[in-house]
Design a protein around this ligand. Structure first.
Ligand code: GLN
Length: 457
């Protein structure tokens, strides 16, 4: 398992060539949409010549293909952006490059990050790293799989409702979703601007700390970013952890409950206080999420008109036909479903009944979390209700697919940091993660705690 520090003694060229070779050997998983070989090798030579130095000098990584990055098109796994070449790079990528890290490719995702399995990619699904008959999870499925397969020591994802944590759980790696505003979203294709955050997948907590510390901080180009408060630290003494009982009902897969309970025992043995707590509004968070997020999606996707970005429909006679056909051909079914739901909940007759009500409920949810965090350092839940499900199993049933997000969406609605820790496996060997949630800006404390307790990678 090469970690960042394992790779630091090699030349950058060696690391990049090894990573690209491994990526090509694992082509069957369809985790990558492109390999940025030419640019990666040029950058490797710049590191090896001493021109570029830094804390991540010569370390290869992968970005989800909704980050704007040079060297290959940024498609967001949707046909409408198929040939879109980024005119600039995402701030997160720029910051990593400034420390000498080298992007070797762009990972598959559900189109525009809408989904939880990577089956909504317009370019075909990604296979699970442990069992290729299962889904990779999503929407950052490709990033999770390249990390799990040891192609690169870290990969970037975006998390709007669980898209880093759920695939991390499905592939047995760490997945970090920071506090809303800790990492700039500038240069990443927007999904839902009030919940989008950028984070990473790694095999160790130490590597996550390093990557997050490089990406964190205020960016004048993203007005929601916070001044850098992230400083890696060590756990001190014992902590109080609340286990959210609404996330451990009988609807949750038995193997997931077992692994979570075992993790609770592990925490207790390490001397921490673990108590059952209740967050009654958690059971409504999916309903809130699937109103608020489509509303924001319908607005953010309005800019893809076939004129300003990407692909344009051909042989059209009128402007209306140009917009209509470009959007019809360029979006996948799930994108269209969300645009329609979003437009509906924002329309004048329904705004109060759906959108406004969901926002009010969201405020109450935030209050319930804040109240519990007066007494507890962290909250613990499973990351997802099941281990990775079968390819095709949930595609025809969007509600079933959405249920997979039940435990991850609350941290997005509240802006709190959360992570998935690989904690065990199901009887048939599929990875299972547990989720830690912390108060806003306690990202470093959360990682320190996870580091002290450990996981099963
Ligand atoms: N699965 C969730 C959804 O479909 C999360 C997506 C995400 O975090 N990008 O909305």
């Amino acid at each position: 398992m090469p970690t960042i520090s394992d790779l630091q003694s090699n030349t950058a060229r060696q690391n990049v060539e090894d990573a690209i070779k491994k990526a090509k050997e694992n082509d069957d998983y369809h985790a990558l949409l492109s390999i940025t070989e030419k640019r990666a090798l040029e950058r490797a030579d710049a590191v090896d010549s001493g021109e570029v130095t830094g804390r991540l000098a010569g370390i290869p990584f992968v970005v989800k293909d909704n980050y704007l990055a040079y060297g290959a098109p940024t498609t967001a796994a949707a046909r409408i952006l198929e040939n879109f070449n980024a005119p600039l790079q995402a701030t997160a990528v720029e910051k990593l490059e400034a420390e000498g890290a080298i992007c070797i490719g762009k990972a598959n995702l559900d189109a525009f990050a809408h989904g939880g399995s990577t089956e909504n990619s317009a370019f075909g699904p990604t296979k699970n790293a442990i069992d290729p008959t299962k889904v990779a999870g999503g929407s950052s499925g490709g990033s999770a799989v390249v990390t799990a397969l040891d192609i690169v020591p870290f990969a970037l994802g975006s998390d709007t409702g669980g898209s880093i944590r759920q695939p991390a759980s499905f592939n047995g790696v760490y997945g970090i979703k920071p506090t809303y505003g800790m990492v700039s979203r500038y240069g990443v294709v927007a999904m839902a601007s009030s919940t989008d955050v950028m984070g990473c997948f790694t095999k160790t907590v130490e590597d996550a700390e390093l990557v997050m510390s490089v990406m964190a901080g205020r960016d004048e180009k993203d007005m929601t970013t916070l001044a850098d408060y992230f400083h890696s630290t060590e756990a001190e003494g014992t902590y109080k952890i609340g286990v959210v009982k609404e996330t451990l009902t009988n609807d949750v897969d038995e193997s997931v409950r077992k692994v979570t309970n075992e993790y609770v025992q592990k925490l207790k043995q390490a001397g921490h206080t673990v108590e059952e707590v209740s967050l009654p509004l958690v059971k409504f968070s999916l309903a809130m999420y699937y109103i608020i997020v489509p509303a924001e999606v319908s607005s953010n996707l309005a800019r893809y008109d076939g004129v300003r970005f990407g692909r344009r429909a051909e042989n059209v006679k009128t402007l209306a036909e140009l917009y209509g056909r470009s959007r019809d051909e360029g979006f996948v079914t799930e994108n269209k479903r969300r645009i329609m739901i979003g437009s509906y909940v924002l329309s004048s007759g329904y705004f109060d009944a759906y959108y406004l009500k969901a926002q009010k409920a969201r405020t109450l949810l935030i209050q319930q979390f804040d109240e519990l965090f007066k007494q507890y350092d962290f909250l613990l839940t499973p990351t997802a209700p099941t281990p990775a499900f079968g390819m095709g199993e949930n595609v025809e049933d969007p509600i079933k697919m959405y249920l997979s997000d039940a435990m991850t969406v609350p941290a997005n609605l509240t802006g709190m940091p959360a992570m998935s820790i690989p904690a065990g496996v199901s009887p048939d060997g599929l990875p299972i993660g547990v989720q830690l949630v912390a108060p806003r800006k306690d990202d470093a404390k959360m990682l320190a705690f996870a580091k002290s307790v450990g996981g099963v990678v």
